[in-house]
Design a binder for this molecule. Sequence first.
Ligand code: GLN
Length: 537
Amino acid sequence: MKYIFVTGGVVSSLGKGLAAASIGTLLEHCGLDVTMQKFDPYLNIDPGTMSPYQHGEVYVLNDGTETDLDLGHYERFVHCELTKLNNLTSGKVFEQVLGKERKGEYLGKTVQYIPHVTDEIKQRLRDLTEANKECDVIITEIGGTVGDIEGYLFLEALRQFALEVGRQNCCFIHVTLLPYIKAAGETKTKPTQQSVAKLREIGIQPDIIVCRTELDNLTEEEKIKIGMFCNVPTDHVVAFRDVQHSIYECPLDLGRDGVDRIVTQVLGITVPKPRMDEWQKFVARVIYPSHSVRIAVVGKYISLQDAYKSIYESFTHAGAANDCRVEILRVDADSLEHEKCEEVIGEVDGILVPGGFGTRGIEGKIKAVRYAREKNIPFLGICLGMQVAVIEFARNVLGKKEANSTEFTPDTPDPVICLQEEQKHIENMGATMRLGAFPAHIRPGTLCSKLYNGQEIVSERHRHRYEFNAAYRSECEKAGMVFSAVNDEHGLVEVVELPNLDHFIACQYHPEFQSRPTAPHPLFQGLVAAALNHRQR
Ligand code: GLN
Protein backbone atom coordinates (compact mmCIF):
# COMPACT_ATOMS: atom_id res chain seq x y z
CA MET A 1 0.00 0.00 0.00
CA LYS A 2 1.14 3.51 -0.80
CA TYR A 3 0.05 6.47 1.33
CA ILE A 4 -0.56 10.08 0.44
CA PHE A 5 -1.02 12.57 3.28
CA VAL A 6 -2.54 15.95 2.50
CA THR A 7 -1.99 18.78 4.98
CA GLY A 8 -3.04 22.41 4.80
CA GLY A 9 -1.06 25.57 5.41
CA VAL A 10 -1.69 29.24 6.21
CA VAL A 11 -5.51 29.38 6.19
CA SER A 12 -8.53 27.09 6.08
CA SER A 13 -11.02 26.92 3.18
CA LEU A 14 -8.20 26.43 0.67
CA GLY A 15 -9.99 23.60 -1.08
CA LYS A 16 -7.70 21.04 0.50
CA GLY A 17 -10.45 18.41 0.34
CA LEU A 18 -10.99 19.16 -3.32
CA ALA A 19 -7.26 19.00 -3.98
CA ALA A 20 -7.06 15.61 -2.23
CA ALA A 21 -10.12 14.32 -4.10
CA SER A 22 -8.76 15.63 -7.42
CA ILE A 23 -5.47 13.83 -6.90
CA GLY A 24 -7.57 10.73 -6.20
CA THR A 25 -9.40 11.23 -9.51
CA LEU A 26 -6.14 11.58 -11.42
CA LEU A 27 -4.58 8.48 -9.86
CA GLU A 28 -7.75 6.46 -10.46
CA HIS A 29 -7.63 7.47 -14.11
CA CYS A 30 -4.03 6.23 -14.23
CA GLY A 31 -5.47 2.81 -13.40
CA LEU A 32 -4.79 2.80 -9.66
CA ASP A 33 -7.29 1.67 -7.04
CA VAL A 34 -7.72 4.52 -4.58
CA THR A 35 -9.51 5.04 -1.29
CA MET A 36 -9.68 8.21 0.77
CA GLN A 37 -9.73 9.10 4.44
CA LYS A 38 -10.21 12.23 6.52
CA PHE A 39 -8.76 13.00 9.94
CA ASP A 40 -10.66 15.78 11.71
CA PRO A 41 -8.88 17.18 14.75
CA TYR A 42 -11.99 18.55 16.54
CA LEU A 43 -13.33 16.95 19.72
CA ASN A 44 -16.79 15.99 18.51
CA ILE A 45 -17.06 12.22 18.10
CA ASP A 46 -18.57 12.92 14.68
CA PRO A 47 -20.08 16.02 13.03
CA GLY A 48 -23.61 14.62 13.49
CA THR A 49 -24.43 16.92 16.38
CA MET A 50 -22.93 20.06 14.82
CA SER A 51 -24.95 22.86 13.30
CA PRO A 52 -24.52 23.38 9.56
CA TYR A 53 -23.32 26.86 10.51
CA GLN A 54 -20.28 25.24 12.09
CA HIS A 55 -19.34 22.67 9.60
CA GLY A 56 -21.60 22.73 6.54
CA GLU A 57 -23.51 19.64 5.55
CA VAL A 58 -23.28 16.36 7.44
CA TYR A 59 -22.56 13.69 4.85
CA VAL A 60 -23.89 10.19 5.57
CA LEU A 61 -22.24 6.96 4.45
CA ASN A 62 -23.92 3.66 3.61
CA ASP A 63 -22.99 2.22 6.99
CA GLY A 64 -24.69 5.15 8.73
CA THR A 65 -21.56 7.07 9.73
CA GLU A 66 -22.15 10.81 9.87
CA THR A 67 -19.12 12.50 8.40
CA ASP A 68 -17.50 15.67 7.20
CA LEU A 69 -18.66 16.98 3.83
CA ASP A 70 -15.24 16.30 2.31
CA LEU A 71 -16.18 12.62 2.27
CA GLY A 72 -18.90 13.65 -0.16
CA HIS A 73 -16.23 15.06 -2.47
CA TYR A 74 -14.25 11.83 -2.10
CA GLU A 75 -17.19 9.64 -3.10
CA ARG A 76 -18.05 11.92 -6.00
CA PHE A 77 -14.48 12.23 -7.31
CA VAL A 78 -13.28 8.67 -6.72
CA HIS A 79 -15.14 5.39 -7.13
CA CYS A 80 -14.62 4.27 -3.57
CA GLU A 81 -17.26 3.30 -1.05
CA LEU A 82 -16.38 4.78 2.30
CA THR A 83 -17.13 3.40 5.77
CA LYS A 84 -16.65 4.42 9.37
CA LEU A 85 -12.94 3.66 8.98
CA ASN A 86 -12.59 6.54 6.51
CA ASN A 87 -13.30 9.39 8.95
CA LEU A 88 -11.61 9.86 12.32
CA THR A 89 -12.00 12.75 14.75
CA SER A 90 -9.99 13.54 17.88
CA GLY A 91 -13.20 12.90 19.82
CA LYS A 92 -13.34 9.36 18.48
CA VAL A 93 -9.64 8.79 19.22
CA PHE A 94 -10.03 9.93 22.83
CA GLU A 95 -13.26 7.97 23.25
CA GLN A 96 -11.36 4.84 22.26
CA VAL A 97 -8.29 5.54 24.39
CA LEU A 98 -10.36 6.39 27.47
CA GLY A 99 -12.56 3.32 26.91
CA LYS A 100 -9.48 1.11 26.89
CA GLU A 101 -8.14 2.83 30.00
CA ARG A 102 -11.37 2.09 31.87
CA LYS A 103 -11.17 -1.55 30.83
CA GLY A 104 -7.64 -1.74 32.16
CA GLU A 105 -6.23 -2.54 28.75
CA TYR A 106 -3.11 -0.45 29.30
CA LEU A 107 -2.02 -2.88 32.05
CA GLY A 108 -1.19 -0.32 34.69
CA LYS A 109 0.75 2.06 32.44
CA THR A 110 0.40 5.83 32.54
CA VAL A 111 -1.78 6.65 29.52
CA GLN A 112 -0.11 9.34 27.43
CA TYR A 113 -0.59 11.36 24.26
CA ILE A 114 2.51 9.70 22.87
CA PRO A 115 2.39 6.73 22.40
CA HIS A 116 -1.21 5.85 23.31
CA VAL A 117 -3.13 8.53 21.44
CA THR A 118 -0.79 8.47 18.43
CA ASP A 119 -0.96 4.63 18.40
CA GLU A 120 -4.73 4.83 18.16
CA ILE A 121 -4.44 7.17 15.13
CA LYS A 122 -1.92 4.91 13.41
CA GLN A 123 -4.14 1.92 14.14
CA ARG A 124 -6.91 3.56 12.12
CA LEU A 125 -4.57 3.79 9.12
CA ARG A 126 -3.69 0.12 9.55
CA ASP A 127 -7.36 -0.88 9.89
CA LEU A 128 -8.18 0.96 6.69
CA THR A 129 -5.24 -0.70 4.94
CA GLU A 130 -6.46 -4.11 6.14
CA ALA A 131 -10.02 -3.41 4.98
CA ASN A 132 -8.85 -2.24 1.52
CA LYS A 133 -6.29 -4.85 0.56
CA GLU A 134 -7.18 -4.56 -3.12
CA CYS A 135 -6.36 -0.83 -3.10
CA ASP A 136 -3.07 0.62 -4.30
CA VAL A 137 -3.23 3.99 -2.60
CA ILE A 138 -4.83 5.54 0.48
CA ILE A 139 -5.11 9.32 0.46
CA THR A 140 -5.54 10.78 3.94
CA GLU A 141 -6.46 14.42 4.38
CA ILE A 142 -5.74 16.09 7.72
CA GLY A 143 -8.35 18.68 8.61
CA GLY A 144 -7.38 22.12 9.88
CA THR A 145 -4.17 24.01 9.32
CA VAL A 146 -0.62 23.03 10.22
CA GLY A 147 0.27 24.88 13.42
CA ASP A 148 -3.13 24.27 15.09
CA ILE A 149 -2.69 22.79 18.56
CA GLU A 150 -5.43 20.24 17.85
CA GLY A 151 -3.76 18.85 14.75
CA TYR A 152 -0.40 18.20 16.33
CA LEU A 153 -1.04 14.61 17.46
CA PHE A 154 -2.28 13.61 14.01
CA LEU A 155 0.88 14.97 12.39
CA GLU A 156 3.09 13.28 14.98
CA ALA A 157 1.25 10.01 14.31
CA LEU A 158 1.86 10.40 10.56
CA ARG A 159 5.55 11.07 11.11
CA GLN A 160 5.82 7.81 13.08
CA PHE A 161 3.67 5.93 10.60
CA ALA A 162 5.84 6.98 7.64
CA LEU A 163 8.88 5.72 9.51
CA GLU A 164 7.17 2.40 10.18
CA VAL A 165 5.85 1.68 6.68
CA GLY A 166 8.89 3.20 4.96
CA ARG A 167 9.19 6.82 3.91
CA GLN A 168 9.45 5.67 0.26
CA ASN A 169 5.83 4.45 0.51
CA CYS A 170 4.53 7.83 1.61
CA CYS A 171 4.00 11.13 -0.13
CA PHE A 172 3.31 14.26 1.91
CA ILE A 173 1.47 16.97 0.02
CA HIS A 174 1.14 20.40 1.60
CA VAL A 175 -1.65 22.58 0.21
CA THR A 176 -0.97 26.21 0.99
CA LEU A 177 -2.01 29.76 0.13
CA LEU A 178 0.06 32.18 -1.91
CA PRO A 179 -1.56 35.54 -1.22
CA TYR A 180 -1.34 38.16 -3.94
CA ILE A 181 -0.89 41.71 -2.68
CA LYS A 182 -2.52 43.84 -5.32
CA ALA A 183 -1.01 47.17 -4.30
CA ALA A 184 2.51 45.74 -4.45
CA GLY A 185 1.72 43.58 -7.48
CA GLU A 186 3.41 40.68 -5.72
CA THR A 187 2.72 37.12 -4.73
CA LYS A 188 3.93 36.43 -1.21
CA THR A 189 5.65 33.17 -0.37
CA LYS A 190 6.53 33.88 3.27
CA PRO A 191 3.41 32.35 4.88
CA THR A 192 4.07 29.17 2.90
CA GLN A 193 7.69 29.06 4.01
CA GLN A 194 6.59 29.45 7.60
CA SER A 195 3.95 26.78 7.52
CA VAL A 196 6.36 24.33 5.89
CA ALA A 197 8.86 25.24 8.63
CA LYS A 198 6.18 24.23 11.17
CA LEU A 199 5.79 20.87 9.47
CA ARG A 200 9.54 20.29 9.39
CA GLU A 201 9.71 21.16 13.09
CA ILE A 202 7.51 18.12 13.72
CA GLY A 203 9.77 16.08 11.48
CA ILE A 204 7.72 16.02 8.32
CA GLN A 205 9.36 17.18 5.12
CA PRO A 206 6.63 17.66 2.51
CA ASP A 207 7.35 16.17 -0.93
CA ILE A 208 5.04 18.40 -2.94
CA ILE A 209 3.80 21.95 -2.35
CA VAL A 210 0.42 22.70 -3.91
CA CYS A 211 -0.03 26.47 -4.00
CA ARG A 212 -3.49 27.91 -4.05
CA THR A 213 -3.29 31.08 -6.10
CA GLU A 214 -5.80 33.44 -7.66
CA LEU A 215 -3.35 34.18 -10.46
CA ASP A 216 -3.15 32.18 -13.66
CA ASN A 217 0.16 30.61 -12.85
CA LEU A 218 3.30 30.68 -10.75
CA THR A 219 6.37 32.25 -12.29
CA GLU A 220 9.54 30.19 -12.57
CA GLU A 221 11.19 32.49 -9.97
CA GLU A 222 8.37 31.91 -7.52
CA LYS A 223 8.66 28.16 -7.96
CA ILE A 224 12.43 28.29 -7.45
CA LYS A 225 12.04 30.43 -4.34
CA ILE A 226 9.33 28.23 -2.79
CA GLY A 227 11.25 25.08 -3.68
CA MET A 228 14.43 26.39 -2.10
CA PHE A 229 12.86 27.63 1.14
CA CYS A 230 10.59 24.61 1.51
CA ASN A 231 13.35 22.16 0.60
CA VAL A 232 11.63 20.52 -2.39
CA PRO A 233 12.68 20.31 -6.06
CA THR A 234 11.34 23.21 -8.15
CA ASP A 235 9.10 20.96 -10.23
CA HIS A 236 7.40 19.70 -7.04
CA VAL A 237 5.88 23.15 -6.59
CA VAL A 238 2.55 23.28 -8.44
CA ALA A 239 -0.20 25.83 -8.80
CA PHE A 240 -3.79 25.16 -7.72
CA ARG A 241 -5.78 27.88 -9.45
CA ASP A 242 -9.32 29.12 -8.89
CA VAL A 243 -11.34 27.12 -11.40
CA GLN A 244 -13.59 29.22 -13.60
CA HIS A 245 -16.85 27.31 -13.79
CA SER A 246 -16.97 24.08 -11.86
CA ILE A 247 -15.11 22.19 -9.15
CA TYR A 248 -14.95 19.23 -11.54
CA GLU A 249 -12.30 21.19 -13.45
CA CYS A 250 -9.90 20.77 -10.49
CA PRO A 251 -8.52 17.34 -11.50
CA LEU A 252 -7.97 18.62 -15.04
CA ASP A 253 -6.21 21.70 -13.73
CA LEU A 254 -3.92 19.77 -11.39
CA GLY A 255 -3.35 17.22 -14.16
CA ARG A 256 -2.11 19.96 -16.45
CA ASP A 257 0.72 20.55 -13.97
CA GLY A 258 1.43 16.81 -13.88
CA VAL A 259 0.58 16.24 -10.22
CA ASP A 260 -0.15 12.55 -10.91
CA ARG A 261 3.32 12.14 -12.45
CA ILE A 262 5.05 13.86 -9.51
CA VAL A 263 3.08 11.86 -6.90
CA THR A 264 3.74 8.51 -8.57
CA GLN A 265 7.41 9.41 -8.94
CA VAL A 266 7.65 10.17 -5.22
CA LEU A 267 5.91 6.87 -4.43
CA GLY A 268 8.10 4.94 -6.85
CA ILE A 269 5.30 3.55 -8.99
CA THR A 270 5.07 3.51 -12.76
CA VAL A 271 1.67 4.10 -14.29
CA PRO A 272 0.40 5.26 -17.67
CA LYS A 273 -0.84 8.84 -18.12
CA PRO A 274 -4.34 9.45 -16.75
CA ARG A 275 -7.09 8.98 -19.35
CA MET A 276 -9.34 11.90 -18.62
CA ASP A 277 -11.41 11.99 -21.84
CA GLU A 278 -14.67 10.88 -20.16
CA TRP A 279 -14.16 13.32 -17.28
CA GLN A 280 -13.36 16.05 -19.78
CA LYS A 281 -16.59 15.34 -21.67
CA PHE A 282 -18.55 15.52 -18.43
CA VAL A 283 -16.94 18.86 -17.55
CA ALA A 284 -17.74 20.20 -21.03
CA ARG A 285 -21.38 19.19 -20.54
CA VAL A 286 -21.39 21.04 -17.21
CA ILE A 287 -19.86 24.19 -18.65
CA TYR A 288 -21.52 24.43 -22.08
CA PRO A 289 -25.07 23.04 -21.90
CA SER A 290 -27.71 23.84 -24.53
CA HIS A 291 -30.63 24.48 -22.18
CA SER A 292 -31.26 25.95 -18.79
CA VAL A 293 -33.82 25.67 -15.99
CA ARG A 294 -34.42 27.51 -12.77
CA ILE A 295 -35.05 25.53 -9.62
CA ALA A 296 -35.83 26.98 -6.21
CA VAL A 297 -34.25 25.37 -3.16
CA VAL A 298 -36.34 26.45 -0.18
CA GLY A 299 -34.24 25.88 2.92
CA LYS A 300 -33.23 27.19 6.27
CA TYR A 301 -29.45 27.49 5.80
CA ILE A 302 -29.66 29.06 2.37
CA SER A 303 -27.03 31.74 2.97
CA LEU A 304 -24.41 29.09 3.63
CA GLN A 305 -22.51 27.79 0.65
CA ASP A 306 -21.84 24.42 2.24
CA ALA A 307 -25.08 23.50 4.01
CA TYR A 308 -26.69 21.80 0.99
CA LYS A 309 -23.48 20.87 -0.79
CA SER A 310 -24.53 17.41 -1.98
CA ILE A 311 -27.86 18.75 -3.24
CA TYR A 312 -26.17 21.44 -5.34
CA GLU A 313 -23.69 18.86 -6.67
CA SER A 314 -26.54 16.49 -7.53
CA PHE A 315 -28.09 19.25 -9.64
CA THR A 316 -24.80 19.66 -11.49
CA HIS A 317 -24.75 15.92 -12.28
CA ALA A 318 -28.41 15.82 -13.32
CA GLY A 319 -27.98 19.02 -15.33
CA ALA A 320 -25.05 17.56 -17.28
CA ALA A 321 -27.11 14.45 -18.06
CA ASN A 322 -29.97 16.63 -19.33
CA ASP A 323 -27.69 18.95 -21.34
CA CYS A 324 -28.97 21.73 -19.18
CA ARG A 325 -27.73 24.34 -16.74
CA VAL A 326 -29.56 24.24 -13.43
CA GLU A 327 -29.75 27.72 -12.08
CA ILE A 328 -30.48 27.51 -8.36
CA LEU A 329 -32.68 30.13 -6.75
CA ARG A 330 -31.85 29.99 -3.05
CA VAL A 331 -34.96 30.83 -1.10
CA ASP A 332 -34.88 31.46 2.61
CA ALA A 333 -37.79 29.47 4.06
CA ASP A 334 -37.99 31.82 7.00
CA SER A 335 -38.60 34.93 4.90
CA LEU A 336 -40.95 33.13 2.50
CA GLU A 337 -43.40 32.88 5.41
CA HIS A 338 -44.00 36.63 5.08
CA GLU A 339 -43.71 36.97 1.31
CA LYS A 340 -45.89 36.23 -1.71
CA CYS A 341 -44.87 32.99 -3.45
CA GLU A 342 -45.72 34.54 -6.84
CA GLU A 343 -43.12 37.22 -6.23
CA VAL A 344 -40.37 34.94 -4.97
CA ILE A 345 -40.82 31.64 -6.78
CA GLY A 346 -43.35 32.62 -9.44
CA GLU A 347 -40.86 32.14 -12.28
CA VAL A 348 -39.21 28.85 -11.34
CA ASP A 349 -39.44 25.57 -13.26
CA GLY A 350 -39.07 23.36 -10.22
CA ILE A 351 -39.04 23.45 -6.43
CA LEU A 352 -36.94 21.42 -4.02
CA VAL A 353 -37.43 21.39 -0.26
CA PRO A 354 -34.37 19.84 1.42
CA GLY A 355 -33.89 18.18 4.80
CA GLY A 356 -33.64 20.02 8.08
CA PHE A 357 -34.28 20.08 11.80
CA GLY A 358 -36.23 22.34 14.14
CA THR A 359 -39.19 24.66 13.79
CA ARG A 360 -37.64 27.70 12.10
CA GLY A 361 -38.67 28.02 8.47
CA ILE A 362 -41.25 25.21 8.55
CA GLU A 363 -44.25 27.35 7.64
CA GLY A 364 -42.33 28.86 4.71
CA LYS A 365 -41.51 25.39 3.44
CA ILE A 366 -45.15 24.33 3.74
CA LYS A 367 -46.13 27.43 1.77
CA ALA A 368 -43.66 26.49 -0.99
CA VAL A 369 -45.07 22.95 -1.17
CA ARG A 370 -48.59 24.31 -1.42
CA TYR A 371 -47.54 26.59 -4.25
CA ALA A 372 -45.91 23.68 -6.10
CA ARG A 373 -49.03 21.52 -5.64
CA GLU A 374 -51.56 24.17 -6.60
CA LYS A 375 -49.59 25.51 -9.56
CA ASN A 376 -48.43 22.08 -10.74
CA ILE A 377 -44.73 22.99 -10.57
CA PRO A 378 -42.34 19.99 -10.58
CA PHE A 379 -41.49 19.23 -6.96
CA LEU A 380 -39.00 17.11 -5.05
CA GLY A 381 -39.08 16.91 -1.25
CA ILE A 382 -36.17 15.39 0.64
CA CYS A 383 -36.50 14.05 4.19
CA LEU A 384 -37.98 17.03 6.07
CA GLY A 385 -39.13 18.06 2.58
CA MET A 386 -41.25 14.90 2.44
CA GLN A 387 -42.55 15.48 5.95
CA VAL A 388 -43.70 19.03 5.14
CA ALA A 389 -45.30 17.76 1.91
CA VAL A 390 -47.38 15.37 4.02
CA ILE A 391 -48.26 18.10 6.53
CA GLU A 392 -49.33 20.43 3.70
CA PHE A 393 -51.49 17.70 2.16
CA ALA A 394 -53.12 16.90 5.51
CA ARG A 395 -53.86 20.57 6.18
CA ASN A 396 -55.03 21.76 2.80
CA VAL A 397 -56.41 18.62 1.12
CA LEU A 398 -57.68 16.58 4.07
CA GLY A 399 -58.72 19.76 5.90
CA LYS A 400 -56.87 18.92 9.11
CA LYS A 401 -55.87 22.51 9.78
CA GLU A 402 -53.64 21.73 12.74
CA ALA A 403 -51.81 18.76 11.27
CA ASN A 404 -48.13 18.82 12.09
CA SER A 405 -45.06 16.81 13.01
CA THR A 406 -44.57 16.11 16.70
CA GLU A 407 -41.06 17.51 16.19
CA PHE A 408 -42.62 20.99 15.95
CA THR A 409 -45.90 20.65 17.88
CA PRO A 410 -45.71 17.70 20.28
CA ASP A 411 -49.42 17.89 21.16
CA THR A 412 -50.85 18.44 17.67
CA PRO A 413 -54.29 16.79 17.25
CA ASP A 414 -53.11 15.37 13.92
CA PRO A 415 -49.55 14.05 14.22
CA VAL A 416 -49.15 13.01 10.59
CA ILE A 417 -45.38 12.83 11.22
CA CYS A 418 -44.27 11.34 14.52
CA LEU A 419 -41.62 9.31 16.30
CA GLN A 420 -41.45 5.54 16.02
CA GLU A 421 -41.73 3.71 19.33
CA GLU A 422 -38.01 2.84 19.41
CA GLN A 423 -37.03 6.52 19.01
CA LYS A 424 -39.19 7.70 21.93
CA HIS A 425 -36.87 6.68 24.74
CA ILE A 426 -33.57 7.75 23.24
CA GLU A 427 -31.62 10.24 25.33
CA ASN A 428 -28.32 10.68 23.49
CA MET A 429 -28.51 12.89 20.42
CA GLY A 430 -25.34 11.61 18.70
CA ALA A 431 -25.61 8.79 16.13
CA THR A 432 -29.09 7.75 17.30
CA MET A 433 -31.19 8.71 14.28
CA ARG A 434 -32.25 6.26 11.60
CA LEU A 435 -28.94 6.39 9.77
CA GLY A 436 -27.43 4.91 6.65
CA ALA A 437 -28.59 2.64 3.86
CA PHE A 438 -31.94 0.84 4.04
CA PRO A 439 -33.87 -0.83 1.25
CA ALA A 440 -37.01 0.76 -0.20
CA HIS A 441 -39.50 -1.39 -2.08
CA ILE A 442 -40.99 0.41 -5.04
CA ARG A 443 -44.58 -0.03 -6.19
CA PRO A 444 -44.80 -0.70 -9.94
CA GLY A 445 -46.71 1.72 -12.13
CA THR A 446 -45.74 4.79 -10.09
CA LEU A 447 -43.64 7.84 -11.01
CA CYS A 448 -41.04 6.54 -8.56
CA SER A 449 -40.86 3.21 -10.38
CA LYS A 450 -40.52 5.01 -13.71
CA LEU A 451 -37.72 7.24 -12.44
CA TYR A 452 -35.83 4.26 -11.05
CA ASN A 453 -36.22 2.49 -14.37
CA GLY A 454 -38.48 -0.25 -13.06
CA GLN A 455 -36.17 -1.34 -10.21
CA GLU A 456 -38.15 -2.99 -7.45
CA ILE A 457 -35.74 -2.58 -4.55
CA VAL A 458 -33.33 0.30 -4.13
CA SER A 459 -30.92 1.12 -1.35
CA GLU A 460 -30.89 4.72 -0.11
CA ARG A 461 -29.21 6.60 2.73
CA HIS A 462 -31.19 7.98 5.66
CA ARG A 463 -30.71 10.53 8.42
CA HIS A 464 -33.87 11.27 10.36
CA ARG A 465 -35.81 10.49 13.53
CA TYR A 466 -39.40 11.19 12.56
CA GLU A 467 -41.56 9.11 10.21
CA PHE A 468 -44.84 9.22 8.35
CA ASN A 469 -47.59 8.15 10.78
CA ALA A 470 -49.18 5.00 9.31
CA ALA A 471 -52.51 5.82 11.03
CA TYR A 472 -53.12 8.47 8.32
CA ARG A 473 -52.21 6.31 5.37
CA SER A 474 -55.60 5.20 4.09
CA GLU A 475 -57.10 8.67 4.50
CA CYS A 476 -54.24 10.16 2.47
CA GLU A 477 -54.57 7.43 -0.16
CA LYS A 478 -58.27 8.06 -0.58
CA ALA A 479 -57.52 11.74 -1.20
CA GLY A 480 -55.02 10.91 -3.96
CA MET A 481 -51.62 10.54 -2.32
CA VAL A 482 -49.71 7.46 -3.46
CA PHE A 483 -47.18 5.72 -1.23
CA SER A 484 -44.87 4.60 -3.98
CA ALA A 485 -42.02 3.15 -1.95
CA VAL A 486 -42.06 1.58 1.48
CA ASN A 487 -39.52 -0.21 3.63
CA ASP A 488 -41.34 -3.54 3.77
CA GLU A 489 -39.47 -4.87 6.78
CA HIS A 490 -40.42 -2.00 9.07
CA GLY A 491 -43.48 -0.76 7.21
CA LEU A 492 -41.96 2.74 6.95
CA VAL A 493 -42.97 5.08 4.16
CA GLU A 494 -40.04 5.99 1.92
CA VAL A 495 -41.64 7.85 -1.01
CA VAL A 496 -44.92 9.68 -1.52
CA GLU A 497 -46.26 11.19 -4.74
CA LEU A 498 -49.30 12.94 -6.17
CA PRO A 499 -50.11 11.30 -9.52
CA ASN A 500 -52.71 13.91 -10.47
CA LEU A 501 -49.84 16.36 -10.95
CA ASP A 502 -47.09 16.32 -13.57
CA HIS A 503 -44.22 15.70 -11.20
CA PHE A 504 -44.69 15.76 -7.45
CA ILE A 505 -42.57 13.33 -5.47
CA ALA A 506 -40.93 13.32 -2.05
CA CYS A 507 -38.69 10.85 -0.26
CA GLN A 508 -37.80 10.21 3.36
CA TYR A 509 -34.20 9.39 2.44
CA HIS A 510 -31.36 11.53 1.04
CA PRO A 511 -30.85 10.81 -2.65
CA GLU A 512 -28.17 13.55 -2.84
CA PHE A 513 -25.64 11.31 -1.08
CA GLN A 514 -25.60 8.82 -3.94
CA SER A 515 -25.49 11.08 -6.97
CA ARG A 516 -22.23 10.84 -8.92
CA PRO A 517 -20.89 12.99 -11.79
CA THR A 518 -21.58 10.44 -14.51
CA ALA A 519 -24.30 8.57 -12.62
CA PRO A 520 -26.78 11.23 -11.53
CA HIS A 521 -29.44 10.18 -9.05
CA PRO A 522 -32.78 9.24 -10.69
CA LEU A 523 -34.79 11.62 -8.50
CA PHE A 524 -32.61 14.62 -9.41
CA GLN A 525 -32.46 13.49 -13.01
CA GLY A 526 -36.28 13.31 -12.96
CA LEU A 527 -36.77 16.73 -11.37
CA VAL A 528 -34.46 18.42 -13.87
CA ALA A 529 -36.13 16.66 -16.81
CA ALA A 530 -39.57 17.67 -15.51
CA ALA A 531 -38.39 21.25 -14.97
CA LEU A 532 -37.13 21.31 -18.56
CA ASN A 533 -40.55 20.16 -19.79
CA HIS A 534 -42.23 22.73 -17.60
CA ARG A 535 -40.05 25.49 -19.04
CA GLN A 536 -40.57 24.38 -22.62
CA ARG A 537 -44.33 24.40 -22.11
N1 GLN B 1 -36.10 16.65 11.38
C1 GLN B 1 -36.61 15.54 10.63
C2 GLN B 1 -36.39 14.23 11.34
O1 GLN B 1 -35.59 14.13 12.22
C3 GLN B 1 -36.00 15.50 9.25
C4 GLN B 1 -34.54 15.21 9.22
C5 GLN B 1 -33.88 15.53 7.91
O2 GLN B 1 -34.43 16.22 7.08
N2 GLN B 1 -32.68 15.04 7.70
O3 GLN B 1 -37.03 13.26 11.01
